[in-house]
Design a protein around this ligand. Sequence first.
Ligand code: MN
Ligand code: MN
Length: 457
Amino acid sequence: MELKEKLFYKRETGFKKVWDQLDAMEEFSVGYKKYLDAAKTEREAVTETIRIAENAGFKPFDKAKKYSCGDKYYVNNRNKSIALVVVGKKDASYGVRIGAAHIDSPRLDLKPNPLYEDLDLALLKTHYYGGIKKYQWTAIPLALHGVFVKKDGTTINVSIGEAEDEPCFVVTDLLPHLSQEQNKRPLNEGIKGEELNVLIGSRPFNCDDESEMVKLNILNILFEKYGVCEEDFLSAELEVVPAFKAKDVGLDRSLIGAYGHDDRVCAYPCIKAVENLIAPERTAICLLADKEEIGSVGATGLDSDFLRHLISDLARNQGVEPDDALRASQCLSADVNAAIDPTFQDAFEKKNGSFINQGVVITKYTGARGKSGANDASAEYMAQIRAMLDEANIVWQVGELGRVDLGGGGTVALYVAGLGIDTVDVGVPVLSMHAPYETVSKLDVFMTFRTMQEFFK
Ligand code: MN
Ligand code: MN
């Protein structure tokens, strides 16, 4: 009916609108899967991002240099967070455009003194990072990534468990036959934090009648491979992540399964949107943050002054008052949303939830309960973004995180907005968010890329 057509807001699959873009989606997803496999930790994401950026002509920021339209530079924040900048036609007094995503993901961190031997097995104590369902991390292949930093400052990169011929690691679980007591625990205590111990070896150094010979053998292997001893764990950042590779999901190959979509699924589109950007109207910044999963804390999280310093440096370089640049700037906070799961529909409110294959999700506010901890984007800014998306024929949807009063979550949005920058959340709907293996759709990833492209141009 015509009047319905005119007045109703209709939610439907995105395929109708972008059937002619299936090849482009596929091509984009190939690059994305490579990025996922190369960048399982925030440090690896920074390294991989620099590799892509330098290939595209980005150079490290040089304070002494005078920057003008079309120049491309990057600022590496402690190898854990990074900004890629393409200088625009208009100077910073007109504001900059920021696409902000995060490159840390939930995982198991090794404790500072992790290695021990028990019952002739060598194990590593972990402390989980971010929101995880602990039981999901047992009995799956795990890899070890990160760095040892020696007292003299030498950094030793570690990555074990990804290549076909490399060993992996595992957190063991109790067999069902003997789980009568464990089965009575509530699900969130099915596996407890102190039970997330990673099995790392079982063979002694030699047959001598000495204690802790399995642990000694592990330390000897580490010494021979990396030149480190047990004390070097004290100044290490070692992260245990799933040893899975990114893969197409579904007979129709429409989806991608991987560890760490949250939030590389937004980081990668942001990188690709600035990679080949030439002379944007306003300076474009792809900002990839660390520590989002634990509250954007620390010097590499977005609750720091990193972004303020970044924009101030640009403004001063152009003879602009830094505060003027901040006030005029705008941001898309690019992070994942929870896609409505057909199996768990009760957790969502369908009129305002996000759906797989309905495109990039615009989230006015996140937070918990009465929007606590949210950045509630203004109607004015929502209108601007709506218009931009429709103008570019991008498939998009609105989405709250889930049912009111059931839980909640946040993103980096409120920290960017706290600088006086208009900010709204956009991103990709994800199934099994924060699980060791998360699922997204190729259509939604591609629409997020096109959104960032449109925003920056
Ligand atoms: Mn996220
Ligand atoms: Mn998250």
